[in-house]
Design a protein around this ligand. Structure first.
Ligand code: ADP
Ligand code: GLC
Length: 472
């Protein structure tokens, strides 16, 4: 099969979160199953771009709707073949010659143009794709364009799959900006509309041949709660499926991970984790003799990050000097500030690193004892899967993919779970974690056990292939 993935992010070229990890690994595992896979993404002006060699393979024009603004674009192919799939990035000067992936005022124009450019190129292929697989709202209009826009008539028989990685972000905009879209019969306007707006996620749910979410439990949850789209999801349930994400076990392998201070395998896990923990404790002024609780991620409500300052304060005041907490993340300014403000009070046991740091995240997965994920919404969550592979016990709120992947020690499992999104629940879980940490033998055995849980892409890559085949 010829599979084309279209995504705004793809690791290692550009990453803001888990979408990049998935777009940078699922295609590789599909290729291992002997399919031809490629990823099409925007060509951002990041370090990756300057450090890697690209070759121009196509030049074209993407007209932004009826505004008559023609963007000249080039398709670049990454020359390095180490990723395990073909990576193509679309260079659109004026829109993507910037450092960041999102959060510009013209994001709507940027991603509509990207989608148009991608389809204009695809329709010139000698062999058309067997599947076009779109990821998240930045590519949500593609299934509509392919089936309802005359200019893409040639593509209308190609099955499309739309994966919802995060339904909270829908990229909606008002109908007075419909002029940005390529021309289509106004009869089809309802196909892009939801609650009076043009909504790319709704458009994808309505027009894609199949809709997937990144865990089965999130699929069940969104029928009741997904930022206003519940009814639509219930209606389209018949073509929807939850497929649990995998992880790239080559990138995330503690025995070969070049970003670690010391690599380790199951037989050397104690010494390996101790070494990485020592390094972290030295770097961030923490106490290596005490359990290390960590959080890695976007400091936003969705992740429950706003609950952390209170939970940390309660824990640290109740049990002074008995545990360490290390935070790595960035996001909402008040949360960042509250996390900073805790530092002077709990020096020696608490530190927050506000920012994005891929290498540090790997060392934290390796050196931590516990990883906190008090998420309100978690479509899958990859952090807990990386933590498991690096022998770190996840402490999670039961939601979305966290419910699918973590079982509580009280239920014969290996992690710590709670139900409510509250500071109290987090502190209670930390208390339980500390008593687990003190049962040295059981804790060590658990480390070895969790490192062996198989979350590689092998199963899910095949599940996607079976889904594609069912659409042909
Ligand atoms: P989401 O995509 O919702 O942010 P996931 O759990 O799917 O959540 O994936 C998050 C990914 O981003 C993981 O690879 C995690 O290690 C990484 N990550 C998040 N925040 C940071 C950060 N501040 N520094 C380094 N890596 C981060
Ligand atoms: C999203 C979700 C996260 C998921 C990731 C990859 O960003 O928030 O839960 O793991 O996509 O699918």
């Amino acid at each position: 099969m010829k599979i084309v993935h279209i995504s705004a992010e793809c690791y290692p070229a550009a990453k803001a979160g888990g979408l990049a990890d998935v777009a940078g690994s699922l295609p590789k595992y599909q290729k291992l199953l002997k399919h031809s896979t490629m990823v099409i993404m925007p060509h951002y002006y990041t370090n990756f771009r300057s450090k890697n060699e690209f070759k121009s393979v196509f030049e074209g024009i993407a007209r932004l709707g009826s505004v008559d603004y023609d963007y000249h674009y080039q398709i670049f192919k990454l020359q390095n073949t180490e990723l395990g799939f073909d990576l193509y990035s679309i260079d659109i000067p004026g829109l993507f010659d910037r450092e960041n992936i999102y959060s510009y005022k013209d994001d709507t124009e940027r991603f509509i143009t990207f989608q148009i450019a991608a389809l204009n190129w695809i329709k010139t292929f000698k062999k058309l794709p067997d599947i076009v697989h779109c990821h998240d709202q930045q590519t949500g209009l593609i299934p509509f364009f392919m089936t309802k826009v005359e200019a893409y008539d040639k593509l209308k028989e190609i099955p499309t799959v739309f994966t919802i990685h995060n339904g909270e972000y829908q990229g909606q905009f008002t109908f007075d900006r419909q002029y940005l879209l390529p021309g289509f019969n106004s009869y089809f306007s309802g196909q892009i509309e939801w609650h009076g707006f043009i909504n790319p996620v709704a458009a994808a749910i309505k027009n894609a041949w199949s809709v997937t979410t990144v865990s089965p439990n999130y699929m069940d949850e969104i029928g009741f709660s997904m930022a206003g789209l519940e009814k639509l999801l219930q209606y389209e349930k018949g073509k929807s499926k939850g497929i649990l994400n995998g992880i790239d076990t080559e990138v995330w392998d503690p025995s070969t991970d070049g970003m670690l201070q010391k690599t380790f395998s199951i037989s050397t896990v104690e010494a390996g984790k101790k070494y990485n923990k020592k390094w972290l404790c030295k770097e961030f002024n923490l106490d290596p003799a005490k359990p290390l609780f960590t959080f890695i991620g976007r400091l936003v409500k969705e992740k429950g990050a706003d609950l952390l300052p209170e939970a940390i304060y309660n824990m640290m005041s109740k049990y002074p000097g008995e545990q360490n907490v290390l935070i790595l993340g960035s996001g909402d300014a008040p949360v960042q500030q509250a996390l900073w403000d805790l530092e002077p009070q709990f020096k020696g046991n608490y530190c927050s690193y506000i920012g994005y740091n891929e290498k540090l995240s790997h060392i934290i997965y390796a050196g931590a004892d516990f990883l906190l994920m008090p998420s309100r919404v978690e479509p899958c969550g990859l952090n807990q899967l990386y933590a498991l592979r690096y022998g770190t016990v996840p402490i999670v709120r039961r939601t979305g993919g966290l419910t699918d992947t973590v079982t509580d020690i009280g239920d014969g499992g290996f992690g710590i779970c709670h139900d409510q999104a509250s500071a109290w629940d987090i502190t209670h879980s930390i208390e339980r974690a500390k008593s687990f940490f003190n049962k040295k033998k059981a804790f060590k055995e658990n480390r070895k056990l969790i490192m062996q849980i198989d979350h590689s892409w092998n199963r899910a890559a095949e599940e996607y292939i079976n889904l594609y085949k069912s659409l042909k």
